[in-house]
Ligand binder design. Sequence first.
Ligand code: MG
Length: 339
Amino acid sequence: MIIRERLEEREDLLHPRAARSRNARKQREEKKSPVRTEFQRDRDRILHSKAFRRLKRKTQVFISPEGDHYRTRLTHTLEVSQISRTIARALNLNEDLTEAIALGHDLGHTPFGHAGERVLDGLSSTGFRHYLQSLRVVDRIEYHGKGLNLTDPVRDGIVCHSKGKGAILSPGDPDMPATLEGQVVRISDIIAYVNHDIDDAIRAGMITREEIPDKTRSLLGDTFARRIDTIVKDVIYRSLDVELSHIAVSPAILTSLEQMRDFLFEKVYWVKGSQIELEKIEHILTTIHRHISINPAPYIHPWPDEDNEELRIIDFIAGMTDNYALNLFKRIVTPRYRF
Ligand code: MG
């Protein structure tokens, strides 16, 4: 028997509402692997992609942090993956699918985090959203314009992961992921970022532990580890209570998560002075955009079925790491010739 078929049979032991790789539709027909399921293969393709490697130098909250202990977009992604796999395994869901979605969810992030995203949204005539770009990275940009040819449940989980300041988990919301595994990643993303962003903001001296809202501290615990542990267990038990009709979280814990998110917006993301930093980022990315638009040839390589050039320039800038953008900006604005 082919090993992959044995692995697919093992998936039959998962919860009835778990996703199965056997019937997952792909963008293009492709010969199956003899030793890996389609979800395993999707996960591996994401992990080996160039966009994944670039996450190590993209901002989570702090731009090119000097301290080695601050999160980057890569460590954030790995924390989301770890939390979501814990929940998926406890609920007997498809861990490979969960991992693939988690590792791919933030591939479309720009340099300089959400500030960079806002600038690119202004520069692109069609607008820019990181979650749509994450899908574009796996569908189109990777593998020299051919894309990674992933399965639909992975693509759906990637494009539906984001909640901005909106509802975290509300059944019936048309933007919710189609699979339970996608819903697990959606909640794990916020569990990871509110907790590690608070941890990093304390490390940076922007806030103190005592400033975290009292109700949150008493309900979730006083340390990073306790808070994650409390929330993850709540998600697991509440989801079992509703027999996995959806991924659930108790109202009190949900309120605490929202409070922590609001607290971060107020004290960390939108702090006084950040307007000046935003203007710098706008200046850097706008300068780069103008420079490449005038002279695209050294930067934009031909693709099969060429997309329009404006889109390719936005793709290229969105793909940059913080360091790449800063270095390119310096090269553009530094005079090189004598008069
Ligand atoms: Mg994320």
